[in-house]
Design a protein around this ligand. Structure first.
Ligand SMILES: Nc1ncnc2c1ncn2[C@@H]1O[C@H](COP(=O)(O)OP(=O)(O)OP(=O)(O)O)[C@@H](O)[C@H]1O
Length: 475
């Protein structure tokens, strides 16, 4: 499903997350994780705020409401994976939490505290302390950037069954060149990026039903071993900030690869598989094709402007009616949340490093719209950047390299006009002849777009390029 800026987090909860909760009471573990670039709204979605509760408080409220009048007990644990180490956020200890297999081969987090919660008040008290302990810092791309992956687990037990819901706010992948990270921030960022890469490898392996899934490549994937794959259900929430085009494409590509992933379910659990499955990859492909683009050509040509990432009207029917309403306290929270209209994915909500106050209404949003988002503001340190760092940084795309601070970046992609005439001009020439026949602007634009494609393409797509890559790289 697609949720735009007009939707609320409670809509995401109603349509995508609430359906997982009955399964928890039957022993089927589930995981909801927010994935996306830094500053794309993962914490906003998972944690929320007092006025606009995120998926975590909404889930806890629904689970507690469901337990009322039963013998079920609810416990929570909250921990973070920081620099490849796992730390308890509810009961901090000197030692890190170890991920070990028990004698039945089930993963156990040794030393992790599980705190019983009986009401939302108890939950808020415990959880808010944990949130304050989570490592966050100011970066060039987000004023309060999470430096760790945080996992809130809710365990429901009765006499016979134990089920677990993991709600994960991943740290965001970062382009270190634009984030201006140095020292410890750079180290954190490299660990974040490598663990997200490991997560994408695990997802790829699960999707292809490979016999070996590389869970042990990172601490993050290791602790999620019992939640990704097997009998568990997982929902990935891909958070997009359309202003940061390249990252948005990367996130969408990961989402498309993860879509409609069915792993080996034990037969007893099969009946719980959601009846309506949406093949998001096929939907994305169809949508792109309906606009004359495939995923690959879209990347190559860079045709979509950031403002083009809107709900395609053809996809609006995919949204389900709000059938599963949360009851009791959960419903009250939902209504509270509805009072304030949220601005999802709006570039204008981003604050500059100097101005940390977010606009509180649509009018204010409008007045701030012309500000250059921090993600596109050139780093002060850029000039003094070491050659090594420059060489290691991702190649900037034509739309992401603003000329200078006073010059607002153009958000329109430079689609080469007349690219379709290339072949007609010189139908019999070699590819080099055809290329040389182009104007210098067009050549530059093509090369730039090609480099951008190389930057974001996955392994399979890169393999398909073969000789063409070499040809362009040599040029
Ligand atoms: N949908 C939204 N509506 C309004 N504001 C939003 C929305 N999404 C994000 N924001 C705001 O944008 C800023 C960045 O969001 P957030 O901290 O959630 O990003 P993040 O993806 O968790 O970043 P990081 O990975 O760096 O921690 C915050 O000030 C947040 O309140």
């Amino acid at each position: 499903a697609y949720f735009g800026k007009e939707d609320r987090v409670s809509d995401v909860f109603d349509q995508e997350v609430s359906a997982l909760i009955p399964g928890i009471f039957e022993g089927i573990n589930a995981t909801v994780f927010a994935y996306g670039a830094t500053g794309s709204g993962k914490t906003y979605t998972m944690q929320g705020s007092e006025d606009l509760p995120g998926l975590i408080p909404l889930s806890v409220a629904t689970i507690l409401a469901r337990c009322t009048g039963t013998w079920c007990s609810v416990e929570i644990s909250y921990y973070e994976v920081y620099m490849e180490r796992c730390y308890d956020l509810l009961e901090p200890k000197a030692k890190e939490i170890m991920a070990l297999d028990d004698k039945f081969g089930n993963l156990q987090l040794k030393g992790l505290a599980w705190v019983p919660v009986r009401s939302m008040e108890e939950f808020q008290e415990v959880y808010s302390i944990g949130v304050q302990r989570r490592k966050a810092a100011h970066t060039g791309l987000n004023d309060v950037s999470s430096r760790s992956h945080a996992v809130l687990s809710i365990r429901v037990s009765n006499d016979t069954v134990k089920g677990k819901l993991n709600l994960i706010d991943l740290a965001g992948n970062e382009d270190n060149r634009r984030a201006c990270n140095e020292g410890i921030r750079l180290q954190e960022s490299s660990k974040i990026n490598s663990s997200l890469f490991a997560l994408s490898n695990v997802i790829s392996a699960l999707k292809k039903n490979e016999s070996r899934v590389p869970y042990r490549e990172s601490r993050l994937t290791r602790i999620l071993q019992d939640s990704l794959g097997g009998n568990s259900r997982a929902v990935m929430i891909a958070c997009l900030n359309p202003v940061v085009y390249q990252e948005a494409v990367h996130t969408l590509s990961m989402a498309a690869r993860s879509g409609h992933m069915v792993t080996n379910m034990a037969s007893a659990s099969k009946e719980h598989t959601p009846k309506v499955k949406v093949d998001m990859e096929a939907k994305l492909q169809l949508w792109l094709e309906s606009r004359g683009k495939t995923k690959s050509t879209q990347r190559m040509n860079g045709l979509l402007s950031p403002t083009g990432w809107r709900t395609p009207s053809s996809m609006s029917h995919m949204k389900q009616p709000l059938s599963a309403r949360v009851s009791g306290r959960a419903k009250a929270m939902d209504q509270d949340g509805a009072k304030i209209k949220k601005v999802l994915f709006d570039s204008a909500v981003h604050t500059t490093a100097e101005n940390t106050t977010r606009p509180s209404s649509r009018d204010e949003v409008k007045t701030t719209k012309k500000e250059v988002p921090p993600s596109l503001t050139p780093c002060k340190e850029d000039k003094s950047e070491s050659p090594l760092r420059k060489a290691l940084s991702p190649i900037p795309s034509n739309m992401m390299t603003p000329c200078n601070v006073n010059c607002p970046p153009s958000l329109e992609l430079k689609t080469p006009i007349g690219a379709c005439h290339i072949v007609e001009k010189n139908p019999d020439g070699t590819p080099l002849d055809k290329f040389n026949a182009l104007g210098s602007n067009l050549k530059e634009s093509l090369i730039q777009q090609y480099l951008e494609f190389l930057n974001v393409a996955n392994k399979e797509e890169l393999q398909q390029l073969k000789v063409w890559s070499l040809y362009f790289i040599i040029i």
